[in-house]
Design a protein around this ligand. Structure first.
Ligand code: HEM
Ligand SMILES: [Cu+2]
Length: 556
């Protein structure tokens, strides 16, 4: 087997219409309607990170309130507004846009040897729906802030109906539209624009994950949009779709909402799984174990994931036969997920592991995700779920998955691809400090919540019974640790972006195609498109990693 590199039979394609042929982007290009997928990817990542910091401050404010049983730090209605916006922003404006919009746009064309996404302008449009969505959410505080939680269940969301609640709905519909546009683009790009020599079984696993994610988003997002628009009508025009006294049904809303929002957890986690499958083999210097198993398990998760949404509704008057069906389908999703976990562990087994910051976060994710996954299995089982429903057990569970499972993966991805994106290396000492603080902070914040939940502390409250104070204070200390943990990363990114040591084309000696262009890659990625002659993860079997040295695109 030869290597992924420029080869004589490599194809040469004409440049894309509408691309200005600059050698490089200037900083102000990132503030414009730019149609280059790399610019868009970075726009997504940076904007999402800003929202992450904002929603993180909201979390710290909530945890400060919860340091004491009374509501003495803020007004309960402000607490509700912070709670609602924290959850909404973290999911819709941080994890989803960072994992899918950020890494997806940046990496997919580079990994398949394309010059851009299939529809570059649609891509830019999809990104530019995000800033107004964020503005609507933050602006809603001027009107008291949406209070009904990130699920926005009626009748509460209709009874407390106000401008802020409508702004919340419009914001979520905007990001949903953005994600539908993105999904179409990813599917067409991966289907149609791979270099001719790349067979399906040479497609990097991150791209497989994007295929699964995009299918899932296409099926589920329109359902959420429909539910939210009906809710908007209920609030503003007095239609009674979800109002029992007008002949409507509140449970219908829950079905529409969870038909999207359960899959939404896979929208967040599948791209992260993709990142794991790229980071682990490179930093363990071993071929990935079970390439096909990982690729197919992504697709299985996205299909089975569409049939489990009722596990969020075990206490909504769901009849027992339905509880049984949805308990079983939920537990079945654990199988393809387990397959992935075992594949990564088997990849690590006997590897020459380099504990880089990227690898630390990947291994950290493994441990946290297994923990969060197991508490998820307990919740997917109807009898236990009925016991701890709407308690802090649930909050503990989903933060393990979302923080330990998704945010750790985004961090791993940032440490892994920062050199490619910026041409500079991140500082590893700051990276390790970031990891240690994050790992301690996450466990200190979210582990006590499981116990609180089993003792019966309800979620979504600003006040609680004094018997819960000890564990709450532990969680609040953890929250401050997490708040501080972001600092080494921020300093690292800002400092290294301008002053870090130069990265070179392939600092990790990786084999996927994105490492065959210079760092950062020139506009249109390649002078001559690369040819693929072997699988993407054949480490340690005598293949020389490519060391790109061609100059930036000039003759195009
Ligand atoms: C990036 C990762 C995070 C995500 C995706 C996330 C997501 C969520 C979601 C969806 C909710 C539910 C909101 C609702 O019920 O309307 C929530 C609630 C909450 N989160 Fe986070 N969160 C994240 C990080 C954090 C952090 C770092 C902290 C603490 C430092 C935190 C503390 C809380 C608290 C205290 C609640 C209220 C729980 C309740 O009363 O039900 N979250 N989060
Ligand atoms: Cu679910």
């Amino acid at each position: 087997m030869a290597q992924a590199n420029l080869s004589p039979e490599a194809t040469k394609t004409p440049p894309i219409e509408g691309h200005p042929h600059l050698p490089d982007w200037k900083w102000y290009d990132y503030f414009t309607f730019n149609i280059d997928h790399k610019v868009i990817g970075i726009q997504y990542l940076v904007l999402a990170f800003i929202f992450y910091l904002i929603a993180g401050l909201m979390a710290v404010a909530m945890r400060t309130e919860l340091a004491t049983p009374d509501s003495d730090f803020m007004d309960p209605s402000l607490y509700n507004a912070l709670l609602t916006n924290h959850g909404t922003i973290m999911i819709f404006l941080w994890i989803v846009p960072a994992a899918i919009g950020g890494f997806g746009n940046y990496l997919v064309p580079l990994m398949i040897g394309a010059r851009d996404m299939a529809f570059p302008k649609l891509n830019a449009l999809a990104f530019w729906l995000n800033p107004p969505a964020g503005a609507l959410l933050l602006g809603s505080f001027l009107f008291g802030g949406a209070q009904a939680g990130w699920t926005s269940y009626p009748p509460l969301s209709v009874i407390t109906a106000n401008t802020a609640q409508s702004m919340w709905i419009l914001a979520v519909v905007l990001v949903g539209t953005s994600s539908i546009m993105g999904s179409v683009n990813f599917l067409v790009t991966i289907w149609k624009m791979r270099v001719p020599s790349m067979k399906w079984d040479q497609l990097p696993l991150f791209c497989w994950a994007m295929v699964a994610t995009s299918f899932l988003a296409l099926f589920s997002t329109p359902v959420l949009a429909a539910g939210l628009i009906l809710l908007l009508f209920d609030i503003n025009f007095g239609t009674g779709f979800f109002q029992p006294d007008a002949g409507g049904n509140v449970v219908v809303y829950q079905h529409l909402f969870w038909f999207y929002s359960h899959p939404a957890v896979y929208l967040m986690i599948l791209p992260i799984f993709g990142i794991m499958s790229e980071v682990i083999p490179v930093h363990a210097r071993k071929p990935i174990f079970g390439y096909k198993a990982i690729a197919y398990s992504s697709l299985t998760i996205s299909i089975v994931g569409l049939f489990v949404w009722v596990h969020h509704m075990f206490t909504s008057g769901t009849p027992p036969w339905m509880r049984i069906f949805f308990t079983i389908s939920t537990l079945i999703v654990a199988v393809p997920t387990g397959i992935k976990i075992f594949s990564w562990v088997a990849t690590l087994w006997g590897g020459k592991i380099r504990f880089t910051s990227a690898m630390l976060f990947a291994v950290g994710l493994l441990s946290m995700f297994v923990f969060g996954g197991l508490s998820g299995v307990t919740l997917g089982t109807a009898p236990f779920d009925i016991h701890v429903h709407d308690t802090y057990y649930v909050v503990g569970h989903f933060h393990y998955v979302l923080f330990g499972g998704s945010v750790f993966g985004i961090y791993a991805g940032i440490y892994h691809w920062f050199p490619k994106m910026t041409g500079r290396m991140l500082n590893e000492t700051l990276g390790r400090l970031h990891f240690v603080l994050t790992f301690i902070g996450t466990n200190l914040t979210f582990a006590p919540m499981h116990e609180l939940g089993m003792q019966g502390m309800p979620r979504r409250v600003a006040m609680y019974d004094p018997q819960f104070v000890g564990l709450n204070q532990l969680a609040t200390i953890g929250a401050f640790t997490l708040g501080i943990s972001v600092l080494p990363m921020l300093i690292n990114v800002i400092w290294s972006w301008s002053r870090g040591p130069k990265a070179g084309g392939n600092p990790w000696n990786a084999l996927t195609l994105e490492w065959t262009t210079p760092s950062p890659p020139p506009v249109e990625n390649w002078t001559i498109l690369p040819a693929v002659t072997h699988g993407p993860y054949e480490y340690g079997v005598g293949i020389q990693p490519p060391q790109p040295d061609q100059p930036a695109l000039d003759e195009a």
